[in-house]
Design a protein. Structure first.
Lengths: 128, 128
DNA sequence: TCTACAGTTTACGTAAACGTAAATAAGCAA
DNA sequence: TTGCTTATTTACGTTTACGTAAACTGTAGA
């Protein structure tokens, strides 16, 4: 039994349903081997799943997730035009991520404000 | 003409369609006044729209967005149980945001790696 | 060998977030 | 007032990302 994962192992580890894994397979995100119809996921599958779920948490669509994953697995992009194209895609995704970062920072600041005034009111309540 | 916004002003400013604004109205996110059937959006509407779109960029559903917005507009939450509940919601949302933050940082690091190896290859190409 | 059970396939269903088309109404310019 | 443009309403359509039910299969244990 080579290192690999049954469907239910990934299901438990990542808190998704089997349906989700099969759906991702349909979409070409995962490509488990079969031993008599039964799926066996590789380390690479697990990584791609992890990256996909991370992308989803950031609001990416599955298609965008695969785009990002494809950037991580440049495979054989060795000629100059392809490398330049990859660089450009990286630049774009990075600026999107930085925008999200700013969004989060702004939201966190605002929430700190709300919490502060909330605590003040609570203090006033216990004092009164 | 009091300070306010026509539907097309918001449409242009935020790059959404009128349909989106009407949809958000249906969902109770926006509540423009009417002058003979025509919508006029207030400053508050504009702010709520802005916060909604920010939330969407972070992968929140519209329902989650309204939850967050409601936190910003605590209105009259003055009794202790409500204030405590608000504090708890803040705590939860904050931890979600921090998780997203980490996701972004991890992704950025990985992308930096990919870019570096990409630039190396490019350099090798021009050198060869 | 029987069976319980985990996994698979097929296919229709669903919720969210709008898109789009058609008919109607309102505002504005000449 | 006519004509054009913009806004509104109604309602069905669409995409994404799965959920869910039904029927089948493979396999490990009693």
């Amino acid at each position: 039994m080579r290192p690999g994962y049954a469907i239910n192992e990934l299901v438990r580890e990542f808190g998704v349903t089997p349906r989700t894994l099969r759906f991702y397979e349909d979409k070409g995100i995962l490509a488990p081997q079969r031993r008599a119809k039964v799926r066996h996921y590789s380390e690479r599958d697990r990584t791609r799943l992890k990256l996909t779920l991370r992308g989803k948490r950031l609001g990416l669509s599955l298609e965008e997730c695969t785009e990002v994953i494809d950037m991580y697995e440049p495979g054989q992009a060795n000629d100059t035009p392809q490398l330049l194209h990859l660089c450009e895609k990286i630049r774009q995704h990075r600026s999107l991520l930085i925008e999200k970062m700013r969004d989060i920072e702004d939201t966190l600041k605002a929430m700190d404000e709300v919490e502060r005034s909330c605590l003040e009111k609570l203090l006033a309540n216990t004092a009164g």
